[in-house]
Design a protein around this ligand. Structure first.
Ligand code: SF4
Ligand code: SF4
Length: 158
């Protein structure tokens, strides 16, 4: 089990490679807001991704403890695809969307319509979504998270 997921995330990380949301370093624009962690914060982990990280539970979800710096080559998948998420719609199709959960942190989410994202990055996040969707536990996670995102989007539209 552990080896299976190690291989799965190694493949997901390989797909993302060194691609980032913009063709330039977005951290220089915002001062690296998403990496200003402390022992109280963390990045959400994908199923069975925890084997490689210091993990804590908060409100029933597993987070990788983020101290505000890390080895870039070992960062969790959530960090590699942030601020996007491979959203699964009601028909089971994967669509890469800006992750509304990051709206208070990331200016790329709040200014989504005005930003020119690297299409290669978006393509790779989609490819990772498809890869994870083929795994039962990851599919469940993607679907559940997508439904949470639906609720948050609906709340912003009230
Ligand atoms: S908060 Fe958004 S813009 Fe800033 S470094 Fe993180 S992903 Fe880039
Ligand atoms: S784990 Fe690393 S990449 Fe992820 S938020 Fe923390 S410092 Fe940033």
């Amino acid at each position: 089990m552990r080896d299976k997921y190690k291989r799965l995330y190694a493949e997901a990380n390989r797909i993302i490679g060194d691609k980032t949301p913009l063709k330039k370093d977005c951290g220089q624009i915002c001062g690296g807001e998403c990496c200003k962690g402390d022992s109280e914060t963390g990045m959400l982990l994908f199923p069975f991704e925890e084997s490689a990280f210091t993990v804590k539970e908060k409100d029933g979800v597993r987070l990788c403890v983020c101290e505000g710096s890390c080895n870039r080559y070992e960062r969790p998948l959530s960090c590699r695809i942030f601020p996007f998420f491979p959203y699964v719609n009601a028909e089971g199709k994967i669509k890469v969307i800006p992750d509304i959960r990051g709206v208070n942190v990331c200016p790329l989410v709040s200014n989504f319509n005005d930003v020119r994202f690297d299409r290669g990055f978006l393509y790779r996040v989609k490819k990772v979504g498809r890869l994870l969707y083929a795994d039962e536990a990851c599919r469940k996670f993607l679907e559940e998270t997508s439904r949470e995102i639906d609720i948050l989007i609906a709340l912003t539209e009230l």
